[in-house]
Design a binder for this molecule. Structure first.
Ligand code: PLP
Length: 423
């Protein structure tokens, strides 16, 4: 293939380029829940790209909205007092949907930027409140918060933090499933030094792990008791993936900030942001002469905002949040059929349209490349899944998928696992 034989100059994220440069899977086009390669072979998009294509592929409504906006005002910035109507409208709409009082919406170009925005806002909030020593950031082991500076510093996936030299020192990780560890960490560090606690409602990249019952409610309470800002990282969880707009509604949470990205445009254009509660934003919006010296060039990009608005229209009109809630059990049930497989250690799911099939450690231990061969065998049989944590095949399909396609997805995973085991 043209991209093989050492010809490619494209450096892929999270990839071993020594291997990938000569062996790529080139996606040519997509429609609904299906991807097509250059030979016209189709694959079920079992992951909605990287957890983002919630409305499915090929939505001409989004394409048209972006084209129309580009013809009118292609791009312009929102620094200082510059604004544009799509960005204003998007902020109004997201504010109305966010589970917090009078949410203000800071727009970025992705999840990692949103995490760093929220972390900087948290620290600055405390500094402006006269508590500049509140700088410590707490996160959970196994959590993923992007690859920017602060997000890397609070990463709970060990491998994502190492090799880069010293990171932000005031960062502590606690168990992802034990709220009491958070309480103990706050006591040890001193609440007066802790700025914020970050939590993905369902851990995504760290292996698709739903929270233990009561865990999220408990950590939210511990944060409130200690005056620590509670920041929900709903970059994956939002816009229907966990059944609500901002990924936290099913637990009745009202975080101080929520980071979002991905499903806000279903990935049609890159967008992220932070929904900021009045508690935090008042310090900036009500006090004169105190700008937040932060923001990416494309914050509030009008054409990207137009994509998000069209995407929200589709999510609303087609009731895709309710559909996600309806499909989470069928997805889990379909995967649970693999739970008795001799190579399967655990099936996770049932909270949102996210699931994982973890492979037995002793089977993987003897064969380093096996899990990747499993993923590729699934793909050869017509479905896309991802390997996470080196031991799990993870799925997060578009919210438009049918129950029959969920069954097909699980069947294809099983066939791929079997084929890799017997090869
Ligand atoms: C929970 C979470 N936070 C942050 C990010 C980073 O987002 P981005 O890749 O858009 O920077 C991701 C990406 O997968 C994520 O899953």
């Amino acid at each position: 293939m043209a991209t093989g034989s050492g010809q490619s100059r494209l450096w892929h994220p999270f990839a071993n380029m020594a291997e990938v440069k000569d062996d790529k899977f080139v996606v040519d086009r997509a429609e609904g829940v299906w991807l097509y390669d250059r030979d016209g072979k189709r694959y079920l998009d079992g992951t909605a790209g990287l957890w983002y294509c919630n409305v499915g592929h090929g939505r001409t409504e989004i394409v048209d909205a972006v084209a129309e906006q580009m013809r009118r005002l292609d791009n312009y910035f929102t620094f200082n007092d510059y604004s544009n109507e799509p960005a204003e409208e998007l902020a109004r709409r997201l504010s109305g949907l966010a589970p917090m009082d009078e949410a203000k919406i800071f727009l970025t170009t992705g999840g990692g930027e949103s995490i760093d925005t929220a972390a900087k806002l948290a620290r600055l909030y405390w500094a402006r409140r006269g508590e500049p020593e509140r700088t410590h950031l707490i996160s959970r082991r196994q959590s993923y918060h992007g690859t920017n500076g602060l997000g890397t510093s609070i990463a709970g996936i060990e491998g994502n933090r190492h090799g880069f030299g010293p990171l932000v020192a005031e960062a502590t990780r606690v168990a992802y499933d034990d709220a009491e560890e958070l309480r103990a960490a706050i006591e040890r560090i001193g609440a007066e030094k802790v700025a914020a606690f970050f939590a993905e409602p369902v851990i995504g990249a760290g292996g698709a792990r739903p929270p233990e019952p009561g865990y999220l409610e408990a950590v939210a309470k511990i944060c409130a008791e200690n005056d620590v800002l509670f920041i929900a990282d709903s970059v994956i969880g939002g816009f229907g993936r966990l059944g609500g707009w901002f990924g936290v509604e099913r637990w009745g949470l009202r975080p101080d900030m929520i980071t979002f990205a991905k499903g806000v445009t279903s990935g049609y254009l890159p967008l992220g942001g932070v929904a900021v509660s009045a508690r935090v934003s008042d310090v900036f919006w009500e006090a004169p002469g105190a700008p937040f010296m932060h923001g990416p060039t494309y914050s509030g990009h009008p054409s990207v905002a137009a994509a998000a608005l069209a995407n929200l229209d589709i999510l609303e009109r087609e009731n895709l949040l309710a559909r996600s809630r309806e499909l989470e059990k069928p997805l889990h049930d379909a995967l649970l059929r693999l739970a008795d497989h001799s190579a399967v250690a655990e099936v996770r799911g049932g909270t949102g349209l996210i699931g994982a099939v973890e492979i037995e450690a002793d089977i993987l231990a003897g064969d380093k490349g096996l899990i990747t061969r499993m993923q590729k065998a699934v793909r050869e049989r017509g479905a896309i899944v991802r390997v996470l944590c080196g031991n799990a095949l993870v799925v997060s399909p578009p919210l438009t998928i049918t129950e029959a396609e969920l069954t097909l997805l699980a069947d294809t995973i099983e066939a791929g696992i079997n084929a890799a085991l017997t090869a």
